[in-house]
Design a protein around this ligand. Structure first.
Ligand SMILES: Cc1cc2nc3c(=O)[nH]c(=O)nc-3n(C[C@H](O)[C@H](O)[C@H](O)COP(=O)(O)OP(=O)(O)OC[C@H]3O[C@@H](n4cnc5c(N)ncnc54)[C@H](O)[C@@H]3O)c2cc1C
Length: 446
């Protein structure tokens, strides 16, 4: 009987899952595991990190489904480069399956695991799953990676028209999951507390079922997306699927298939955002210096950002005196969520109004965003700070007041997060936008 182990990482679901589909097609018995990677957990260092609750709850839902199928989920804690080869040996599997992860740490971890498994004569198979097209599949006519989004997107869409099968569901054969009795010796009881974390209240429900419900709820709204996506006070203006896409509680193919079923500019714009996600994954894979907090355009690494620590702290606390910025940051601090329009406004404000180094904002987001994704966060910050790939030109600077007038005209969003607006308790603006705008342009010119 041939046996396989599927190692879940940022793909915490049981449906439309390439590694699970392939393993259950190619083997008689398939065990499923997840490793709480102590290298990553130690870096987090905050027992109240909300992401652990999201991951843990998603895994518990997945485990319950596996138990329903007569199987179980193996949870481990430790260094995956040790734990995975050991588990594979204990279970006597012929192969370990997983889906590609394009972050630099994950790439080096996977190559170590692959080598150790190879030494033990166990196969290591990794698949494209997180994206529709991988970085080297979409290249310019000269065979080089694109540095501008629109031609990348056009090439991406052209490739999809030739390879429609890329969006097909990767069907998992549930009957192939290993029997719980075979897994008994490796099942451990791991809890959030035993990992050193405290359960947190989340603004969004974790797990595959909730992700599907969100997509279903968003489908009828998709036609309005091109306009509605800019208004943070609207509940259904955007899909809120980023956390699920980040942890793979929904497959990118399922989202893309949904957008293809609806015609019009709304769904085309939404699809375009999903392609931005792949664009930034491509940038990270092809230009890994962006993961080291370096500017995509190296000449901008020379900028000496004059912003003060006091201003940075006022920004972090939502006390800048600019209501749209403060409301966004306050919601963010309370929940770990921020609307895309607000991410652009607060990032522009930190870099172009407070003249604080974008890396400080990037790190603050990385610490607190529930949907934190290295590729999109680095891409988003570098875009806003005008130092990135296909970035906002440095002289185009958001005016926080006119942004608020345009996208929160009745101050519905602002008032929700700043109840003391208009009272003495709320601070006066800590800078003058027109003055700072000129300074920012000078800084870039220099
Ligand atoms: C400074 C800054 C930092 C950001 N950091 C992150 C991050 O860490 N993680 C993250 O997932 N997104 C990040 N984004 C992109 C974007 O803000 C979020 O993906 C979006 O707000 C999520 O909301 P939604 O799921 O309702 O998106 P929708 O509008 O419904 O879009 C659907 C999906 O497309 C993808 N997407 C949408 N916009 C973008 C974009 N500009 N770049 C890349 N992918 C996109 C997301 O996966 C999103 O879930 C950042 C943007 C900025 C400006």
């Amino acid at each position: 009987m041939s046996k396989a182990l599927v190692w879940l990482r940022r793909d915490l679901r049981l449906s439309d899952h390439t590694a699970l589909a392939r393993a259950t097609q190619e083997h008689d018995s398939v065990a499923v595991c997840f490793v709480f990677d102590t290298v990553i957990l130690e870096q987090l260092g905050n027992p109240n990190d909300r992401r652990l609750t999201f991951i843990y709850q998603s895994l518990m839902e997945l485990k319950a489904e596996l138990v329903k199928q007569g199987s179980d989920l193996i949870l481990l804690q430790g260094d995956p480069t040790i734990e995975i080869p050991l588990l594979a040996k204990n279970l006597e599997v012929n192969a370990v399956y997983c889906n590609h992860d394009y972050e630099p740490y994950a790439k080096s971890r996977d190559s170590k695991v692959s080598k150790k498994l190879f030494d033990n004569k166990i196969e290591f198979k990794s698949f494209r799953d997180q994206v529709v097209f991988e970085s080297k599949e979409i290249l310019s006519g000269a065979g080089t990676p694109f540095k501008v989004f629109t031609p990348y997107k056009n090439a991406w869409l052209k490739e999809l028209s030739k390879k429609r099968d890329r969006l097909l569901e990767q069907k998992v054969s549930m009957s192939k999951f290993a029997q719980a009795s075979e897994l008994k010796s490796v099942i451990q009881n791991i809890t959030l507390e035993s990992l050193g974390f405290k359960p947190q209240d989340l603004w969004i429900q974790a797990g595959e079922n909730s992700a599907r419900k969100l997509l279903t709820k968003f489908e009828p709204e998709m036609s309005n997306y091109a306009e509605a996506r800019n208004f943070p006070a609207l509940n259904n203006g955007t899909s809120h699927l980023s956390v699920h896409l980040r942890f793979g509680t929904i497959s990118i193919r399922e989202c893309m298939r949904a957008s293809q079923l609806i015609k019009g500019t709304g769904s085309e714009t939404w699809m375009s955002e999903l392609i931005w996600r792949e664009f930034y994954q491509m940038v990270l894979d092809q230009f890994p210096h962006v993961a080291e907090h370096k500017c995509f355009k190296p000449e901008y690494d020379r900028i000496q950002w004059p912003g003060t620590n006091d201003h940075f702290e006022a920004w972090c606390e939502g006390m800048t005196g600019f209501p749209i910025v403060d409301a966004a940051i306050r919601e963010f601090n309370a929940t770990g969520w921020m609307h895309n329009r607000l991410r652009m406004i607060v990032a522009s404000f930190l870099t172009k109004d407070l003249l604080v180094d974008w890396r400080k904002g990037e790190a603050y987001f990385a610490q607190h965003l529930l949907d934190y994704d290295l590729a999109s966060n680095s891409g988003g910050w570098q875009w806003s700070a005008s130092v990135g790939c296909d970035a906002q030109p440095y002289f185009r600077i958001f005016n926080p007041e006119s942004q608020a007038e345009k996208f929160d005209p009745d101050q519905k969003y602002i008032k929700k997060w700043i109840p003391e607006l208009g009272s003495k308790k709320y601070p006066s603006p800590i800078v003058e936008h027109d003055v700072q705008r000129k300074l920012a342009i000078e800084l870039f010119k220099r």
